[in-house]
Design a protein around this ligand. Structure first.
Ligand SMILES: *[C@@H]1O[C@H](CO)[C@@H](O)[C@H](O)[C@H]1NC(C)=O
Ligand SMILES: *[C@@H]1O[C@H](CO)[C@@H](O)[C@H](O)[C@H]1NC(C)=O
Ligand SMILES: *[C@@H]1O[C@H](CO)[C@@H](O)[C@H](O)[C@H]1NC(C)=O
Ligand SMILES: *[C@@H]1O[C@H](CO)[C@@H](O)[C@H](O)[C@H]1NC(C)=O
Ligand SMILES: *[C@@H]1O[C@H](CO)[C@@H](O)[C@H](O)[C@H]1NC(C)=O
Length: 507
């Protein structure tokens, strides 16, 4: 149960528990913790065998567990995918496209990052997708359960260690391939985009540039207002349909009053077609929250199967269902119809299982309790989610309860910058693309304005979570084609000026 509590969007849980403990006399336990929403949540584990669209080999590399001490610790096997299919080789200084793996199975990210694969032939590039430590098959300590045992075994799960893994893997790979002189272009989406940007800044000699798509590098401390994320999700729904927004906004109260009825939980179990009897409204509200935020991320203009099988413009579809609910139907039934679009678009789900993380092995919870402290609030006026204000004391207590660890909320900005990001990067950085779509709730914590001539923001009004990294489709709108064309042009420039410099140095 403790594991369950740490699984998702906990601030909503807490709010509901608070309201409940005010309203009900049976004194529900005020037990909750809260994290930053997981960027990709449970979907970082493929739920079914992946269709392999691209040709690559799977390889393994022995990594140091701790790059920052000389303690004699056992190594672990890091998985990486590699494709030589289009590489023109070291003699022709064929570039290396290096995707900074994020919080999940690397083959799943590889299959969902078609852009990199499609660029490879054009550039004659080698393609490498390394897996992030503590995810997928790249488990230290021999197994997932050992790696996730406690705060000591988890303590090597940090962004700095992951970046060092990538730096070492890349350097060793180049040596093995006699490719030391080949230019490296970094790619990444979401947390992977943060890693790509940070790797460019921390290891400037290892790459010629980075494409950081939907990378919320500023979602820390007070750099952006804590309401940003939930305001964006809410605005997207409001913009789609004001009545849909209003129905969702009132549904949280409807849920609470249902819970207080006799057999309310049983009734909710039926209304929402749950597989198991609901034990607390929090489990249900987390499930709703998860659907709305994931819909905003995956609000792509054409059908996709990224997070879930979804129609194009899925929020339009959800709101159409909610708005077309017959007169006299209860709010909760209308919400159910809307959520069915997200959770059951294929129509093949018999009943819904709320437990999205049965083994409690989602590393993002640990990362959120250590370095990745992203303050989140939900504002009563602008948000369709229940009101909640970020409370660090509480956040910290939850982390102690779950992991016996105390977060370091200022570490990321100390290590990578953030408060004066633009001025700082203008002074010492170069060759980074921050690409974003404004429908994506994470765009609010990213870089949306050009920083310098070579650190640029490519923003689309209608894009969602790292849409630009997806494979091309016949339905791609013009604004997306334009965004990708600019990215390609910039990458070409990086490689060209690298080659020019090298050529000059040789003569
Ligand atoms: C974590 O587990 C390991 C392996 O069982 C053990 O050696 C270590 O003492 C534990 N650490 C803590 C802080 O409980
Ligand atoms: C480079 O080659 C060595 C020796 O064969 C091998 O052990 C190592 O794993 C290789 N490095 C990479 C990144 O594959
Ligand atoms: C409610 O609790 C029971 C017993 O712990 C558990 O088996 C069941 O899965 C829970 N229901 C939900 C919806 O999580
Ligand atoms: C999923 O959709 C199908 C087809 O509309 C429906 O028959 C089924 O009851 C739905 N599943 C749930 C859990 O509501
Ligand atoms: C924040 O949480 C702590 C610990 O639960 C509590 O004592 C405090 O009153 C809260 N602060 C605010 C402003 O709600």
């Amino acid at each position: 149960m403790a594991k369950k509590l740490l699984s998702f969007h906990h601030f909503i849980s807490l709010l509901l528990l608070l309201i409940l403990s005010f309203q009900s006399s049976n004194g529900l336990p005020l037990k909750s913790t809260r994290r930053s929403p997981r960027l990709l949540g449970r979907f970082s584990k493929p739920t079914k065998p992946l269709l392999k669209n691209y040709k690559y080999e799977t390889r393994y590399f022995d990594q140091n567990l701790d790059h920052f001490s000389f303690a004699d610790l056992p190594k672990f096997r890091q998985r990486y995918l590699i494709s030589f299919e289009h590489w023109v080789g070291p003699e022709k200084a064929g570039p290396i496209f290096f995707y900074c793996g994020n919080e999940g199975y690397i083959d799943w990210f590889a299959e969902n990052t078609g852009f990199v694969w499609e660029l490879a032939p054009r550039f004659g590039a080698l393609v490498v997708f390394p897996e992030h430590r503590y995810y997928g098959e790249s488990m230290p300590h021999g197994s997932t359960s050992e790696a996730y045992r406690n705060a000591s075994t988890l303590s090597y799960l940090t962004a700095e260690q992951a970046l060092a893994d990538y730096a070492i893997l890349l350097t060793d790979l180049k040596k093995n391939l006699s490719a030391e002189a080949c230019p490296v272009v970094l790619f990444g989406g979401s947390y992977g985009g943060m890693l790509a940007a940070w790797m460019r800044l921390k290891y400037p000699h290892l790459s010629v540039g980075a494409l950081a798509s939907s990378a919320p590098v500023l979602q820390f401390e007070d750099i952006v207002p804590p309401e940003t994320f939930y305001d964006i999700v809410s605005n997207v729904f409001r913009h789609e349909s004001r009545s849909c927004f209003n129905t969702i906004k009132t549904s949280w109260d409807a849920l609470l009053s249902e819970v207080h009825k006799e057999d309310g939980l049983l009734q909710l179990t039926k209304t929402f077609h749950l597989c198991q009897k609901l034990n607390s409204s929090v489990d249900l509200s987390n499930w709703w929250d998860s659907a709305y935020t994931s819909l905003a991320m995956a609000n792509y203009p054409y059908p996709t199967e990224f997070l879930m099988p979804l129609p194009g413009d899925p929020i339009k579809e959800v709101c159409r269902k909610i708005d077309s609910c017959p007169y006299g139907t209860g709010v909760l039934e209308c919400i159910f119809e809307g959520l069915n679009v997200y959770y059951n678009y294929t129509g093949s789900v018999d009943c819904f299982n709320l437990d999205d993380d049965p083994h409690g092995e989602n590393g993002w919870n640990w990362q959120a309790c250590t370095e990745m402290v992203m303050p989140m609030s939900s504002n009563r006026y602008s948000s369709m989610f229940p009101e909640f204000y970020y409370n660090y004391t509480e956040y910290k207590e939850g982390c102690w309860e779950d992991f016996k660890v105390t977060p370091r909320p200022t570490w990321i900005t100390t290590e990578f910058g953030g408060h004066d990001f633009k001025a700082d990067l203008k002074n010492f950085g170069s060759n980074i693309i921050f690409s974003n779509g404004l429908l994506d709730p994470w765009s609010g914590g990213s870089v949306l304005e050009d920083i310098s001539e070579s650190i640029v923001a490519l923003v689309t009004e209608k894009g969602a979570h790292h849409l630009d990294l997806r494979a091309a489709t016949s339905e791609d709108p013009n604004w997306l084609l334009e965004q990708r064309a600019k990215e390609i042009m910039l990458i070409e420039d990086w490689i060209k000026s690298y080659n020019d410099r090298k050529h000059l140095a040789e003569i």
